[in-house]
Write a protein that binds this ligand. Structure first.
Ligand code: NAD
Ligand code: MG
Length: 396
């Protein structure tokens, strides 16, 4: 424990959209939090700026050459941050004994091992990295229970549902009178578009989200509705729900962040401006509430709340994710890996927008589903799905 009572925070993925918002909230509360470690993949300049501002004890980059560059820049400026590199260093800063809180904000499967390390070390884990949970749901939730970790969802929808549920919601939703989780979706930038028009979408169009400013991978996922599919899987694991208990509701204003419906007819919703600092501040301070720097919601300016059903014909990824969850085992890990390959190919101009769903579907069809109660099996399914997707792409 810190002598001044400060909670020590590691931010995995500190240079990304969620990492940046997290550091913004932390900087508002120097009396509560100190930064233990900041990590980034390749963006060393941006990690250097964050080191200057937040003085972490440790900074982590992927490659040795970038670590050497950062080390010498920090030394020039007389900053004491220690620099490490590689996958093992990510795990170290996630499980270090003097860390209280780990923000898991790496994008994609790359975040699984450090996030799981934080869980196994019994930390308070703020989960933004939904892919980690989608891949390994059963063993991830089992590790949370076994190691006494505190798992707080940061994905805005899941954070909203968490706020709408009774404090103790384990053991199945129906036990607590919850009949359905209503997962809201903005519908993405191409809501209402025909498949013909969708085929022409470019990466820059897909990354210009109407309501949220996010990293490029999740922006594409929001545009294909795969993000909502991953979130459906995420909701099933976090809240012990069956896929049919999660209803996706398109709500273009993104003011209601999600809802829980109860057996007596009550529907409880969480509302707010679309700003990730709200769920981040909730996760950091829970069960207390702190200032997040977010403007108060002005309902007169919002004026209308609209709802419609998702179009699963134009956006098949939502259905693919629901099917993967129902299939169980390694199916969600296969879906996730195929999607990561497809999104990367789309962003680098090698795959059309509507072909993302096709590549995911073909990869899922090509591979057997296995039990997913061991990490090795999950990682193997992930690797095999990446190879299969790459060969379907003609990349191998
Ligand atoms: P981003 O692309 O902006 O940032 C990703 C961060 O992870 C960066 O710091 C990057 O350096 C690091 N990173 C990337 N690849 C890595 C690798 N292979 N190894 C180690 N580090 C790596 O992404 P983001 O939008 O901040 O999203 C982060 C996670 O949070 C994603 O899982 C996303 O689905 C989830 N999320 C984001 C939002 C949002 O509003 N941005 C909302 C809900 C959930
Ligand atoms: Mg979300």
């Amino acid at each position: 424990r810190d002598p001044h009572g400060l909670r020590a925070v590691t931010v995995l993925g500190a240079t990304g959209s969620i990492g940046t918002s997290t550091l913004d909230v932390i900087a508002r509360h120097p009396e509560r939090y100190r930064v233990h470690a900041l990590t980034a993949h390749r963006s060393r300049e941006s990690l250097l700026r964050r080191c200057r501002e937040h003085h972490p004890e440790v900074a982590v980059l992927d490659r040795e050459q970038d670590a050497a560059w950062l080390r010498s820049r920090l030394a020039d400026e007389g900053l004491a941050t220690e620099v490490r590199f590689g996958a093992a260093a990510l795990v170290e800063v996630a499980e270090a004994s003097d860390v209280d809180v780990v923000m898991a904000a790496i994008v994609g499967a790359a975040g699984l091992l450090p996030t799981l390390a934080a869980v196994r070390a019994g930390k308070r884990v703020l989960l933004a990295n939904k892919e980690a949970l989608v891949m390994s749901g059963a063993l991830f939730m089992d590790a949370v229970a076994r190691h006494g970790a505190t798992l707080l969802p940061i994905d805005s929808e899941h954070n909203a549902i968490y706020q709408c549920l009774p404090v103790e919601h384990r053991g199945g939703l129906s036990r607590h009178g919850v009949t359905q989780l209503l997962l809201t979706a903005s519908g993405g930038p191409f809501r209402g578009w025909t498949p013909e028009r969708l085929a022409t979408v470019t990466p820059d169009q897909a990354c210009a989200h109407p309501n949220w400013s996010m990293g490029r991978k999740i922006s594409v996922d929001s545009a294909t509705l795969m993000n909502k599919g991953l979130e459906l899987v995420e909701a099933c694991w976090l809240f012990d729900a069956r896929p049919e208990q999660v209803q996706v509701v398109v709500h273009p204003q993104s003011v209601i962040h999600s809802m829980a419906a109860y057996s007596d007819g009550s529907v409880i919703a969480q509302l707010g401006n679309p700003d990730m600092r709200t769920p981040i501040a909730y996760g950091l301070a829970w069960p207390e509430r702190i200032d997040a720097g977010v403007e108060a919601l002005d309902l007169f300016r919002v004026a209308h709340l609209d709802f419609e059903a998702p179009d699963e014909t134009a956006f098949p990824c939502l259905r693919l994710a629901r099917e993967a969850m129902a299939a169980g085992g390694t199916a969600p890990a296969i879906l996730n890996a195929a999607n990561e390959v497809a999104v990367d190919a789309f962003l680098t101009g090698r795959l059309g927008f509507t072909a993302i769903g096709d590549l995911v579907a073909h990869t899922c069809d090509a591979l057997p589903v296995e039990r997913a109660d061991e990490l090795g099996t999950v990682l193997e399914a992930d690797a095999r799905a990446r190879r299969t997707a790459a060969s379907l792409l003609g990349d191998d």
